[in-house]
Design a protein around this ligand. Structure first.
Ligand code: ADP
Length: 469
């Protein structure tokens, strides 16, 4: 099953941005509208209150003059708005329990609402109904005079102020939706413009298939954020292209390697079948065919092994393994071959190292290296196997006194189907052995180092993470 990437964005980015924009704009506009509305109301009422306050202070100062002078002073004060009946500007002075001492002519035969319960010396503001039922802002200032309790009242109609506040509210209600719509349209345009490069990018990406993997997305003149994406995508393409090429190369090499024995078998059969042959001749042909089939089956085994190791997740078992035990098994397996080639082989090293891995694969890894150390050696030569424990890892060292590897070839010997020079070895190989070795080491989070000198020999070091030692 291919790993699937989970996208948390169920709907398009555009729709999400639009919804966020709508949400933020609604909250901003509603909050700003309400704030401005209540601030204006506070300022307007505050200014009325301060006017009423100075009015009551003036009236309070009049109470200090003599009674006959008071009437004269009040007449003086009752000019302008206070003299026009029901003008919306009123005052009155109430004695003790509610007897009106004086009032502004604007009140005519009416009076301001009076409550006896107001606490002394504390100005008290309230909204009340005026002489004609109109809304009023009313200030009460109860005072204790030597002659008794007196309440000074001043009032101002709220109609004009309410009209102003309401017209401001209506303006907000008219203007804000327009600004809101403009902001949304602007937001959509900006979102569209910002996302256009992504659309262009995704169209471009959509045109890249396995047939034109060599093409790249243009990163020139692209916005910074998108450039990062394009660069990462190009890098992924590079890796994909590389992997595709290696895959193709692998198939072509594999077919090529298989073609030789198949051609040999075919031509041998064709030539042999042309006429009657002796038993010995048939035996010779069958021997050649058997040799070719053995070579083919070995090659097919290796090809299968390579593709198994290539599979994502690998097919590795994970068990605790005594590494020395594995090397001893490899030694037992390979000793007869070494003897056959007149090559001395030895094994030494610490016994305690335990690693986590796949026993069969590790045997294959070390067998391949030791097999090469024998194959590319000369009679009378030596192969030494050793094991050392380092900090956090173990290293298996396989040293031979063979023909060595030229410096410029060392990096390439791990490539699939790569053989340095077939004439160097006495035994034919496939060029797959070391690629399998590297794949197995990497699957165990390990690495391989090679040092070699032509004519003197090679040292292969396989580093593996140690589980415990
Ligand atoms: P092959 O099947 O040809 O042995 P490998 O992948 O095992 O393929 O090795 C790749 C090449 O590396 C070989 O062709 C050989 O020339 C070279 N090589 C590997 N090991 C040694 C060694 N110990 N000494 C010299 N050459 C070696």
């Amino acid at each position: 099953m291919p790993k699937s990437v989970r996208f948390t964005w169920a709907c398009s980015i555009k729709v999400k941005l639009l919804l966020w924009l709508l949400f933020i704009l609604s909250i901003t506009f509603a909050a700003t509208g309400l704030f401005l509305y209540y601030e204006l109301k506070k300022i307007v009422i505050g200014s009325i209150d301060s006017h009423l306050h100075s009015e009551t202070q003036f009236l309070a100062s009049l109470l200090e003059v003599e009674r006959d002078e008071l009437e004269w002073e009040l007449k003086e004060a009752s000019v302008g708005e206070y003299s026009i009946p029901f003008s919306g500007h009123y005052y009155q002075i109430v004695l003790g329990e509610g007897e009106v001492l004086v009032k502004s002519p604007s009140l005519a035969d009416r009076s301001l609402p009076f409550s006896i319960e107001s606490p002394l010396d504390i100005p008290h503001y309230e909204n009340a109904s005026g002489p004609r039922g109109e809304p009023l802002r009313l200030m009460n200032l109860p005072l204790q005079l030597p002659t008794g309790k007196v309440t000074i009242q001043a009032a101002e109609g709220l109609k004009d102020s309410y009209d102003l506040i309401n017209s401001f509210r209506n303006t907000i209600l008219m203007v804000f939706p327009g600004v809101f719509i403009l902001s949304v349209v602007g937001g959509l345009l900006i979102t569209g413009l910002s996302l256009r490069p992504i659309e262009v990018f995704s169209r471009r990406v959509g045109t890249i298939t396995e047939r034109n993997l060599n093409e790249r997305v243009d990163t020139e003149g692209v916005d910074k954020e998108l450039r990062q994406l394009a660069t990462s995508f190009n890098r992924t393409l590079e890796r994909l292209e590389d992997s595709f090429l290696r895959q193709r190369q692998f198939f072509s090499n594999a077919s090529h390697e298989l073609r030789t024995p198949v051609s040999v078998i075919k031509s041998q059969c064709e030539v042999t079948l042309k006429k009657e042959r002796s038993f010995t001749e048939y035996q010779e042909v069958l021997k050649t065919i058997h040799e070719m089939v053995t070579r083919m089956s070995g090659l097919i085994e290796r090809i299968l092994e390579v593709s198994r190791l290539d599979m994502p997740g690998g097919v590795l078992r994970q068990e605790n393994l005594n590494l020395m035990g594995i090397l001893e098994d490899v030694y037992k397996l390979i000793a007869p071959l070494a003897e056959g080639h007149q090559i001395g082989i030895s094994l030494k090293g610490e016994k305690g190292a335990v690693i986590l891995g796949d026993r069969e694969r590790l045997i294959e890894l070390f067998t391949n290296i030791v097999d090469n150390a024998i194959k590319y050696n000369q009679p009378g030569g030596r192969v030494e196997m050793g094991l050392e424990t380092l900090k956090g890892e173990v290293v298996v060292i396989i040293m031979d006194t063979g023909i060595g590897i030229p410096k410029n070839e060392v990096d390439r010997i791990f490539d699939r189907f790569y053989r340095i020079d077939t004439s160097r070895g006495r035994v034919a190989g496939s060029g797959l052995g070391l690629s399998i070795v590297r794949a197995i080491a990497e699957a165990h989070q390990g690495r391989i180092e090679v040092k070699s000198e032509v004519g003197k020999g090679s040292i292969f070091k396989v580093y593996l993470p140690v589980y415990c030692s």
